[in-house]
Structures are given as C-alpha cells and as structure tokens.
Design a protein around this ligand. Structure first.
Ligand code: M6R
Length: 608
C-alpha cells in the first residue's frame, strides 16, 4: 500500500528510483511520481495510472538528471487517484518535496490552521499538510523542522523529504509505516520494503517509530524525535534475489503457487526434530505453553482464514479453547483480556495496521502475543513477545498463496506441540500426524502436476457472475479462502457458506446453472455435505465437487469432480486449497486481468 523509493549517491537517481518503485508495484497503487535535485532546483514528474506511464514520460529517468531524489507509488486514501494528488508534494516555492505513506489523522485541523496562515493547498491529500508544516517550521535546519512536524501530527507515516537548501542530503522519518534505509558503496537508499533495493544492497537499517534519518551519498545519521543522535546497526538481508523475480512464470502468483511445496517444507522441517515438534526458537517455554487456557487468533483477510483453520485444528488436536477474530473488529470490540490467553497475530507482511493495533492492545492488557509472520524484521515481528516465522520467502502477488499455506502449516505445528504437551492425543496418533505432515509438500507437488484439469474447468466459467463455495468444518475454512482468492483477482462475485447454513437463507439464490463448488474432504462430515450438494443440485445448481480419491462415488451426485490425495483430516486444507488457488488464477488469466495486481487492492494494508 503506497511505496517509497529514494536514492542519493554517485549514480543517476531517477532510474534507480523508478526501478525501486517497479519492485514495489505489488504493494498496490494508482499513481506514481518522482522528484530529483538537478543541481539547481527540485524537478518533479507525476502520472496517474501505471508506473510505466511515468517511465515513458521521463524516458526511464533520463529527463530527470541528478544524483538525489525520492519517488512514490500512491494508493489513494484522501482524494481520488490523479496527477495532482500523486506524490511527491511540493510547497509553493518548490523548495521542499515530500513523499508519504500512511495517514495523517489530524490533517483537517492542521489544514485549517495552515490555511488561516495563508498556505494554499493544491491537492486533496492529507500529505500536503506535511509540506506546508515543514515550510512553516523550516529556518535553515531540516532536522528541527521535521521534529516539530512529528510532534504535531497524529497518525502514521513513512516520509522521504528533499530540501532545496540541502541538495547533498535526503531525509526520512517513520511512525507506524514501514521504512528501511539501505547502504552500499554506490550510495544510500530509502524504501518501503526490501525488494526495492535488493539488487543494490543487502545491508539494511530498519527504522523504528519516531526516528529520523539523514542520508548523504556516503553516510546515514539517525536521530530520535527530539533530535538526539542514535546508534543503529544494519542487518544483512539473506533473501535470494531470484525469489523476488518471476523466474520464467507469467505471473508471480503462479510462481508462488508452485513454490508452496518448498515453502511448506522450509516452514515445517526445521521444527521437527527426533520425532518431536521443536519450537525452541520461539520465546515460549513448555511451562508457559502448558499454562495457557485459551488461544485467541487475530488477523485480516487470508491470514484470518488461516486462523479459522487454526481454530479447528487447535481445538481438535490440542483440545484448547480457541477463538478467531478479524483484527478490525477485535481492536474495537472491547474484548475480555485474560493473562492466561495466548493471543496469536497472523500476518504475511507483518505491517497490517489493524493487526498491529490488535497486537498492541493485547500486549497492553497483559496478554502474551505470538506473531506468525512472514516478513523478517516487520513491525508485528518486532513488537510481538514471540515470533513464529513462516519461511515462504518474499511474496509479491497481491493474492496470497504460499504465505497462507505456510500459516496453516504453522498452526499444524502449534497444534501438535500443544497436543503433545497437554497429552491430548496418544503418542501413536501424534506419530501418524507427524508422518502425514511431512508428506504434504510431496503431495502438493503431485497436485500441481495436474493443473490442466483445473485450467480446463476454469475456462468454462470465465463469464460466470456468481460462484458459491460450500463446505463444513475445515472445508468451510478453506472455502472462505478459496472464495476470497477468486473474487480478489477475477472480480467475480463469490461467497463462501458453511454448507449446513445454506437452507437458512442462501439457498434461495440457487437457480438453473448457478455454479457451486462443494468441498468434501472430511470423512466424518462427508454424508452431510453430500446432502447439501443434492439440495443445491435439485434447485438447478451446477456442482463442482472437490473430494478425496476414496470418494469416487461423488461422480454420481456432482457434475464435475476434482480429487485430492488422502491425508489426515486436520491437514486436508493444505491439499484442497491448491486446485482452488489454480482455479482463481486461471479464471483471472482467462478474463485477461492483471493477476498479480488486482484493482483497488494493496499487498500490505498499512492504514485502517
Ligand atoms: O499481510 P497480512 O497477512 O497481514 O495481510 C492480510 C490481508 O490483507 C491479506 O491476507 C489479503 O486478504 C490478501 N490480499 C489475500 O490474498
């Protein structure tokens, strides 16, 4: 959600900044802009729409010479997507330029005061108040002006700032919106996320809340919000650069679907040692694990759906009461906190604003918070009491696939660990489950090799207007995710229903030809789901069923059947999601849509 890239160094800044922005495209945006010192003035160029428009306008940066600059991809919050609302924003004198990620919550009051002082606003954005405030407080010392602004604004921000008087520096500041600083022999970088600078450096500083950075071509100095110098240590990013490239696949999403066997293996293998679950890397002792009386899982979107699976698996295997809530609801519903509850925050990006707020709230009420996070060093990872990293690697497509799969794998491990500590399952059952768990990556590889069958089916449903997903138990949790996947990238209306709930209202929507995707992987619930299939078929629905190989009789009642191999019931979701991810992918592809960058969506939702 919005991306910042900035550079100061020995090379031309604009091509580096545009390249950095292109690697942040996955975050979602609707306009882009760049500002560069040309030796005399700050020159700026902005364009609504895709980044390539800005690239063409600037001849890939050639028309903006200079060795220091900042750039931005904007995901509109205040004011429509337009050239004037795009960042950077400059003051009337063209002497200060700002790019901003986040939301200035008290911008209306600040804007009113600034207007009373005579400042003229060109855009509808909250960001523009920052430019005028910096102008108001700037008397030769950029640091002093930035500090004053930071003391007065409320909300979240990652900032990149140019001062015409200081052409040998760029400035950065952060509160509740991610920002990193990179350094190499060639210069210094600012960026919202690692992929933007990975090809230039692996040496990175993570900016913390209310920190300011001053970058020159050879140095970076850090300050707190009171202007006191602070010492920070760089960390080395060990990502494989190819992980952030498409590697021959047409879209990142397909590549990431194919990476799932590797990602799940990387997530589970190091945590299985000598036939036991080893979570010693997580800062929770066995005694603490045993003392928790309840688990509350909090997350957004697909991470929430992984939590719904987590609840089924934790309650089933570990017999621990578990609830799951949407972070945007949880943080405002005045939940009853209990220090014996473990709160688990799930997030791919580790930056989701609502999930981060829920984490802070839970901690401030004395709960221990475990984060299941994919991005190392992200805000949620840093602020949680304990972290369980999913080793999915960088996920670029907006629609999550491999991170979701690793999240549910993380829940399997937690459930097995707790089940054994609480003696909730027999040692034999534990071993059976562990054996099944390590087989999942290989089984997923097998499923991926049958992608043509799904592509064939998807191609027949490109023009469908509504699709319903139904299932029970873990299959229902899976339907939630499958339905979200489909709608976010295909723009087809789709809903997920607990199959037993259909006759309480939704069945009235069934008519001739309505496509229903029925998931029936749970043996104990199979006859019940079959009854629901019969119900919708008798109202004219066309049913595509997804079940296990042992249930070939499904062909008698469903119109089209996809099979997955057998695994233990709690782990079925890991296999069943694969054909449904591919279904969403091929529908989107067949409809000619931008699979990786669906409209209106951002990869990392850093505002409420
Ligand atoms: O980074 P997070 O896991 O916290 O993100 C949560 C949701 O925004 C995310 O899962 C979203 O629903 C995805 N677009 C789903 O594909």
């Amino acid at each position: 959600m919005c991306g910042i890239a900035g550079y100061i160094g020995k090379k031309q800044a604009a091509p580096i900044i545009l390249d950095g922005l292109s690697r942040l495209e996955y975050r979602g945006y609707d306009s882009a802009g760049i500002a560069v010192f040309d030796g005399e003035k700050i020159r700026m160029q902005k364009a609504t729409g895709r980044l390539r428009i800005l690239e063409e306008m600037t001849q890939h940066g050639a028309t903006l010479p200079g060795v220091a600059g900042i750039g931005h991809t904007r995901w509109a919050t205040h004011g429509s997507p337009s050239d004037v609302n795009a960042h950077p924003h400059m003051n009337e004198e063209n002497s200060i330029a700002v790019v901003h990620n986040g939301i200035i919550e008290n911008y209306a009051q600040l804007k009113q005061k600034l207007q009373q002082k005579g400042y003229k606003f060109a855009s509808e954005t909250d960001t523009e108040v920052l430019v005028h405030m910096l102008t108001e407080y700037y008397h030769g010392d950029p640091l002093e002006a930035i500090e004053k602004v930071m003391h007065r604004v409320e909300g979240s921000y990652a900032l990149g700032i140019l001062f015409l008087d200081h052409p040998h520096h760029i400035y950065a500041a952060r509160k509740d919106s991610p920002l990193i600083i990179g350094e190499s022999g060639e210069g210094r970088f600012i960026a919202s996320d690692v992929p933007a600078i990975l090809q230039y450096t692996r040496s990175v500083y993570y900016m913390e809340n209310e920190e300011i950075a001053c970058l020159s071509h050879a140095h970076t100095r850090f300050f707190n919000v009171d202007g006191e110098a602070i010492q920070k240590d760089p960390v080395t990013i060990d990502w494989d650069i190819h992980a952030a490239e498409k590697g021959g696949f047409e879209y990142f999403m397909l590549k990431e679907i194919y990476e799932q066997p590797r990602a799940i293996r990387d997530t589970i293998s190091p945590r299985i040692k000598n036939g036991a679950i080893d979570l010693s890397e997580i800062q929770i002792s066995d005694d603490e694990w045993k003392a928790f009386r309840k688990i509350t899982i909090v997350a957004c979107g697909s991470a929430y759906h992984s939590g719904v699976t987590g609840r089924y698996v934790l309650e089933d295997l570990a017999r621990i009461p578990t609830e799951v809530d949407l972070a945007s609801e949880y943080r405002y519903r005045n939940p009853i906190y209990d220090p014996d509850t473990l709160v688990i925050i799930v997030s791919q990006s580790g930056e989701t604003a609502d999930s981060l707020a829920a984490l802070r709230d839970a901690r401030s009420h004395g709960c221990k918070v475990l984060a299941i996070v994919n991005v190392v060093g992200s805000s949620i990872a840093r602020e949680a009491d304990a972290v369980f990293y999913t080793w999915a690697g960088p996920e670029i497509a907006v629609a999550t696939t491999k991170a979701y799969s690793c999240q549910i794998a993380a829940f399997y491990l937690l459930a097995l660990k707790l089940a054994s500590l609480r003696a909730a399952i027999t040692p034999e059952r534990f071993r059976t489950l562990l054996d099944a768990l390590v087989c999942l990556p290989g089984q997923i590889e097998g499923l991926l090799s049958q992608k043509e069958k799904i592509q064939f089916f998807a191609n027949h449903y490109l023009a469908t207007e509504h699709i319903f997903f139904i299932g029970r138990g873990i299959d229902y949790a899976l339907c939630l995710e499958a339905s979200l996947k489909l709608k976010e990238i295909s723009y087809i209306h789709s809903e997920a229903y607990a199959a037993g709930e259909l006759k309480h209202g939704t069945i009235s929507l069934m008519e001739n030809g309505t496509l229903v995707i029925a998931v029936a992987t749970q043996d104990s619930l199979y006859p019940k789901t079959v009854s629901n299939i019969v119900e919708v078929k008798s109202r004219g629905a066309f049913v595509m069923a997804l079940t296990t190989l042992q249930h070939q009789e499904m062909e008698k009642c469903a119109d089209y059947v996809l099979y997955i191999p057998e695994t233990e019931a709690p782990f079925m979701g890991s296999l069943a999601i694969i054909p449904l991810q591919l279904f969403a992918y091929y529908v989107s592809l067949g409809r000619g849509l931008d699979v990786d960058k669906p409209r209106n969506l951002a990869k990392s939702v850093t505002v409420e």
